[in-house]
Design a protein around this ligand. Structure first.
Ligand code: SAM
Length: 278
């Protein structure tokens, strides 16, 4: 393995000024990226990624990429939109990491389902570009059985929406869909000064692992529809926000759900029951 330049040297060498339009806030301290990967592996009771394929969205200058590579993945696939970072990834591969596959393009259009067929164990790791973090997460949650884990960095308020419990102001559609598909663990919060450039807000790393029983795609779509209607009018009672369902009263009575409740009062499990019965 060749000795690699530091991440700061890499950024200087490529004149990699961060672009706001690509949600770029870089992690240039390898101690932090290693801590993220170590804590994710520890929470999964894994020593390393040696039996696995790891996908990374937006490797940027490669701080997290290097930390994943140090955990010895069988293969690692990085998907990056910024051409400047593609060359950095090529250099990393040349430096001795032949297991690195480099894909230039938009991760929202990447076919994870096909790529995951090449390995029995798949994981996603990403310091997500904030402007597409929610659509990327929803895309993975809809096909969560492809993955053993997702280790993802979000803006702290997005992470709070994902992990919020019923009756909390942050509780919403994202909380319901995420909690119906995954165990979610908060691995750490990161101060803005950990990033270059420093964002205005804190960030949070979450670990998602699929639940043993995952709702079918059809039921999840129905959960999305019901939560869209319910949280679209979150101050209204269910009998108003879900009135489009003719059988609402009968189903709620059968399930013991009061139609005078509001969207934020229902647990994810109750939304699942509604989706299975309405
Ligand atoms: N992983 C690096 C780090 O931690 O320093 C960079 C993280 S930065 C928050 C997000 C990265 O995602 C950037 O490198 C950006 O170019 C890339 N990116 C933005 N939108 C993308 C998309 N739709 N598909 C793939 N990569 C994207």
């Amino acid at each position: 393995m060749e000795k690699l330049p530091t991440l700061r040297e890499t950024v200087e060498q490529y004149g990699l000024l961060a672009k706001k339009s690509l949600g770029q806030n870089f992690l240039l301290d390898i101690n932090i990226t290693q801590k993220i990967i170590r804590s994710s592996l520890a929470a999964q009771q894994k020593a390393d990624f040696s039996d696995s394929q790891v996908f990374e969205v937006g490797p940027g200058p490669g701080g997290l990429t290097r930390a994943v590579l140090a955990a010895n993945p069988a293969t690692m696939t990085v998907i990056e939109m910024d051409k400047r970072c593609i060359q950095i990834m090529e250099d990393l591969r040349q430096a001795g990491y032949a297991q690195l596959n480099i894909v230039e393009g938009d991760a929202l259009k990447f076919d994870f389902a096909s790529a995951a067929q090449t390995s029995p164990h798949n994981h996603v790791v990403s310091n997500l570009p904030y402007n597409v973090s929610v659509p990327l997460l929803l895309g993975w949650l809809k096909q969560i059985s492809l993955f053993e884990s997702l280790t993802l960095m979000f803006q702290k308020e997005v992470a709070e929406r994902i992990t919020a419990e019923p009756d909390h102001k942050n509780y919403g559609r994202l909380s319901v869909v995420a909690q119906l598909t995954c165990h979610i663990k908060t691995l750490m919060n990161l101060n803005p000064n950990c990033f270059v450039p420093a964002p205005k807000i804190w960030s949070t790393v979450l670990l998602f692992r699929p639940l043993d029983v995952i709702p079918t795609t059809e039921i999840l779509q129905k959960v999305e529809k019901i939560t869209e209607l319910a949280f679209g009018q979150r101050r209204k009672m269910l009998r108003q926000s879900l009135k489009a369902y003719d059988n609402l009263d009968a189903v709620c009575q059968k399930l013991g759900i009061e139609t005078t409740l509001r969207a934020e009062n229902l647990t994810p499990q109750q939304y699942l029951l509604l989706a299975q019965n309405l």
